[in-house]
Design a protein around this ligand. Structure first.
Ligand SMILES: C[S@@+](CC[C@H](N)C(=O)[O-])C[C@H]1O[C@@H](n2cnc3c(N)ncnc32)[C@H](O)[C@@H]1O
Length: 331
């Protein structure tokens, strides 16, 4: 038995190494070089101005991880990985991988967080004041949200809605994807003005200027509008304290017409706070990035909804990141 535990600890300890290999290859744009004909180490290294020794080790590690293929001394990225790992892949995760790489430094300082309980960096400062990192963050949100939008659309009767409010909508992925499949749906993306500049690029890219618009402000202080029959809070509540989360849910529910639907998609732990693992780890992640944020437990979010006059509340999990969904309708 002892041996099993030893192996398990070893596996956990080594977890960061393959992750670093993937993040380095992504950051150096190596996957884009491997998407065509098989190439030799030297060709990749020379084209990207990298060392032969470093590229050699990285490509062999990627081959060991089963991500790239080595044949006759040359390397290529198999078709099945291309759509996720290349820049123009239809489900490109490049921005998402970059965002995870950017979070590595705060994670390395986890002990400091545990000692002080204080965040090490501020995600809202970055979104509001650093246009380059804001853009990368918003692009990462988009890459990550796509699958969730499709899975949610299967589970929730979104097709019944005519006017949607996307609170803290970021790139507006949910609004845009749902407007694409339901041609009577009009949506408003509410976010801080710097982020809405990026959202407007997405609206243009989707060709949805006539159906999806934006509304700038601070959702804690400013009016969200009214008369919506669908309000979404996706990946927003985890950024704030229990007090702000609760008041935002109330405000969001008040923006609905009676009978309208609210959807909360986001990280949320089970009642005793020790699962699911992704949500528990995210609880640390968001602690590193915000003063009061957390993966508020499912039970708590349900209580916020009930107190906001929402009924027929349903909670389920989907096979996306994050998994948690809670939905109900306004009395
Ligand atoms: C993690 S992102 C989620 C984006 C999008 N809903 C998604 O799931 O892809 C959180 C978004 O909430 C916005 N946000 C956070 N605090 C806000 C506030 N006080 N007022 C308006 N927007 C805010 C951020 O700018 C950011 O776009």
């Amino acid at each position: 038995m002892d041996e099993m535990e030893e192996k398990e600890i070893g596996k956990i300890l080594q977890g960061y190494q393959p992750a670093c290999v993937l993040m380095a290859a992504n950051g150096l744009r190596i996957f884009d070089e491997l998407a065509g004909q098989p190439v030799a180490v030297e060709a990749v290294a020379d084209k990207l101005k990298l060392s032969h020794k470093g590229v050699d080790r990285l490509l062999h590690a990627l081959a060991g991880m089963g991500i790239v293929e080595k044949k006759d001394g040359r390397f290529s990225l198999p078709e099945r990985w291309r759509k996720y790992l290349t820049k123009n892949g239809e489900r490109s995760m490049q921005q998402w991988i970059q965002l995870v790489s950017d979070l590595l430094q705060p994670w390395l300082e986890l002990q400091k967080f545990v000692k002080t309980g204080k965040n090490l960096t501020s995600v809202m400062d970055m979104l509001g004041n650093d246009p380059v990192r804001m853009r990368a963050f918003i692009d990462a949100m988009h890459d990550k949200a796509l699958k969730a939008t499709w899975l949610l659309a299967r589970e929730i009767p979104i097709g019944e809605a005519r006017r949607m409010l996307d609170v803290g909508g970021g790139p507006g992925t949910y609004s845009l994807e749902w407007a694409k499949i339901h041609n009577h749906l009009k949506a408003t993306i509410f976010d801080i003005p710097p982020v809405l500049a990026a959202a407007r690029d997405y609206i243009a890219r989707y060709g949805m200027k006539d159906r999806v618009d934006t509304r700038g402000g601070d959702f804690h202080k400013d009016d969200l509008g009214s008369g919506y029959d669908l309000v979404l809070l996706a990946n927003v509540l985890h950024m704030y304290s229990e007090e702000l989360g609760k008041s935002l849910v109330k405000k969001a529910a008040q923006a609905l017409v009676p009978g309208g639907r609210i959807v909360i998609h986001g990280f949320c732990t089970d009642d005793d706070g020790s699962g699911p693992l992704n949500d528990v780890l995210f609880n640390i992640n968001i602690g590193l990035l915000t003063p009061e944020g957390r993966s508020h437990p499912v039970k708590q979010k349900i209580q916020w909804l009930e107190e906001a006059g929402v009924r027929d509340i349903r909670h389920f999990r989907i096979d996306a990141i994050p998994t948690g969904v809670i939905t109900g309708t306004r009395k």
